[in-house]
Design a protein around this ligand. Sequence first.
Ligand code: ADP
Ligand code: MN
Ligand code: MN
Ligand code: MN
Length: 357
Amino acid sequence: MHMTTGVYQAEYIWIDGTQPTSKLRAKGRAVALGKEPPIWGFDGSSTGQAPGDRSDCVLKPVFVCPDPVRGGDNKLVLCEVLLTDMTPHPTNTRATCVATAKKYASFDTWFGIEQEYTFFSGSRPLGFPEKGFPAPQGGYYCGIGADEVFGRDVVEEHFAACITAGLSIAGINAEVMPGQWEFQIGAIGTPDVADQLWVARYLLYRIAEKYGISATLYPKPVRGDWNGAGAHTNFSTRQMRNAYEPCVAAAEALGRKHDLHIANYGFGIEERLTGFHETASYKTFKYGVSDRGASVRIPWQVAKERKGYIEDRRPCANMDPYVVTRLIIDTVCGAASEPAKAAPATKGAPAVKRGRR
Ligand code: ADP
Ligand code: MN
Ligand code: MN
Ligand code: MN
């Protein structure tokens, strides 16, 4: 009998080409102990990433951490997808994210992303009865007890697994709709926050799988009077962490590029951002202090301390964090880098209007 010894199990994880929302793929490989996980490949014709006659795609490890599911020396290996000439694959959104983060490195941007998600058992959200609906929303958010929260075992195991993997998980909470939960990654820089969010998503799917439950990122899993699932993206630059005016300027800059951001914040955003259920309509941009019905919220502590960060509430649960963090950096740091526009060049037409709600 042949025994494979002196190796660890490396689970290679990558983002595929599924439309309209890419999903994760993963496969395992034995790697010699003490060796870094090498470049690998996969059949791109089965993942929406290549035609059948030129099917080879390249997996390049970009983020490696302990595998809390397999334990021991085993590792999770998040990869970016390259073409065989080693240039980024068209579905690779990480490469441009890295380039933008590098361009504006002097801003020292931090992100804290709140990932909401919904457990499904079969075709119904976990906790929904076979027929009809559960009691209306009200008691489920941060609820306790078998009549209020559904899937706690998975949530707890996932929380612990993220810590074991060394991810910067900030916390977890039960959400407004039964079967809906949230975890937060950050505050850390990008692409780290995005790498870690993808790995945390992987761990969520993988752990839920053991329980026969699926975790989903649909932005509006149940029509009607039920909250959607978002990925509020909290963001700061060094300037914002030190003063209030840059926080307001960041909100204003996001407002000037509203449509571009909405178009890239996750498929199905029109269904979620209705103007109800703690959202602002996707059609309009507004920001405000403590306003959970705004597109961008300035937390009350930030207004009080006159420094900190802002929360972009528009991104959907199914957003690509490489795309969202890149766009926010581009928009906010780009605007802050234009001194001619930031200063009131023409009398009566200041580019930065302060205090508008
Ligand atoms: P909410 O009150 O909207 O539910 P959460 O507590 O769920 O907020 O998430 C807030 C997130 O914002 C956390 O991940 C936290 O780390 C992050 N955060 C805190 N300060 C900053 C900052 N200065 N820059 C970016 N993100 C931050
Ligand atoms: Mn939250
Ligand atoms: Mn939430
Ligand atoms: Mn939030």
